[in-house]
Design a protein around this ligand. Structure first.
Ligand code: AMP
Ligand code: MG
Length: 328
């Protein structure tokens, strides 16, 4: 069992030391919980891959305390500075050319590094105290559902790590949006995530290159951002994704099938019908997505039948995760 620590000053100081000397820590972010290590310590980073059973061709995101800390690990351009000024700290990750001090294991041998500045107050304080960048992918076994509470991290990795920093449930509940900013004239979305791409487009005053929502065949993206693998974020229970679920669809369910709706139905429904939000707000749906999938995965249904969210804003990230969860 890992020790779950409250985010007080003493614990943050201890965790900084533990990270500095090569330890792994479960950490809260505003998107999902991460599994953190000193990004400049290749052996510590190798442990992340071991614990997650993550293939080493899937690079890690590095967390920094702000724009000023970026120059240390990557080549920063004006576009990155501009977006950081607007959206950091926040759920936006950039891919930029890396500097030599970033170990190959972090970037899976790529010449680029993914960087982010988290808005989670407790994790942000920890990163500020560390005088080294923190590598932290999601704190789940590879390809399983990402964790959004300290208890989720304990449930799947508790036997393999010593400490988890408890920062409460994650506010966003889906991973960060990743944009490739290596070529300033051609910014490109690599992964839909918690920051709606429309917000970036509004800031820039133009549309940017992005994968088709259902385009898993985009191998150039898969190669550059392995988080784009078709099967990811998956419960063990097979999940079928449908455009929508009508009252008739719900009536037709067998007892060993669970339905997962986007919002609370207005009619009375059976005990095998679940929903992601009371309000129908996309931010609520995203915040509950992974916890609900984990909960359903424990109930022993033969199949989960889920419906898609509206295909805009955060809905693009929600549907992206549901699609990958349904991939067999
Ligand atoms: P995770 O932190 O588990 O949500 O996943 C991190 C994801 O970030 C990876 O799976 C990649 O998709 C992406 N990523 C990390 N580093 C790079 C990089 N150097 N170039 C492109 N994508 C990256
Ligand atoms: Mg992940």
């Amino acid at each position: 069992m890992a020790k779950i620590l409250q985010p007080n000053e003493e614990n943050l100081r201890e965790l900084r030391k533990f990270l500095l000397f090569g330890g792994l820590v479960g950490v809260p972010t505003e998107t999902v919980y991460g599994l953190a290590a000193n990004a400049l310590d290749p052996e510590a980073c190798a442990k992340i891959f071991e614990v997650k059973q993550r293939p080493t061709n899937d690079p890690l995101i590095c967390h920094v305390s702000g724009i000023d800390a970026l120059d240390d690990i990557c080549e920063v351009n004006p576009l990155a500075r501009r977006l950081a000024k607007r959206f950091w700290p926040g759920p936006l990750t950039y891919v930029l050319p890396k500097k030599a001090k970033v170990p190959d294991i972090v970037t899976a041998g790529l010449g680029s590094v993914a960087v982010r500045c988290s808005a989670h107050p407790d994790f942000h304080r920890l990163v500020e105290q560390c005088d080294f960048p923190i590598a932290a992918p999601s704190a789940n076994p590879f390809a399983y559902i990402s964790p959004t509470t300290a208890q989720h991290v304990e449930a799947s990795l508790g036997s393999r790590i010593s400490f988890i920093l408890d920062g409460g449930p994650c506010a966003f509940g889906v991973e960060s949006t990743i944009v490739d900013l290596r070529d300033e004239s051609l910014p490109r979305v690599l992964r839909y995530g918690a920051l709606p791409v429309e917000d970036i487009e509004i800031e820039l005053g133009r549309s940017i290159d992005k994968p088709e929502p259902s385009d898993d065949a985009d191998e150039s993206v898969q190669h550059l951002a392995p988080g784009a693998l078709p099967k990811h974020y998956s419960p063990r229970t097979p999940l079928e994704l449908r455009g929508g679920l009508s009252p008739q669809d719900l009536d037709a369910l067998a007892d060993d099938q669970a339905a997962l709706l986007i919002s609370k139905p207005s009619q009375a429904v059976g005990a095998n019908v679940f929903w992601l939000s009371e309000s129908g707000k996309l931010s609520d749906i995203a915040a509950h997505l992974y916890a609900k999938l984990r909960e359903l995965d424990e109930l022993g249904f033969r199949q989960i039948v889920a419906e898609e969210a509206p295909e805009l804003g955060l809905g693009l990230a929600i549907n992206d995760r549901l699609r990958r969860a349904s991939f067999r």
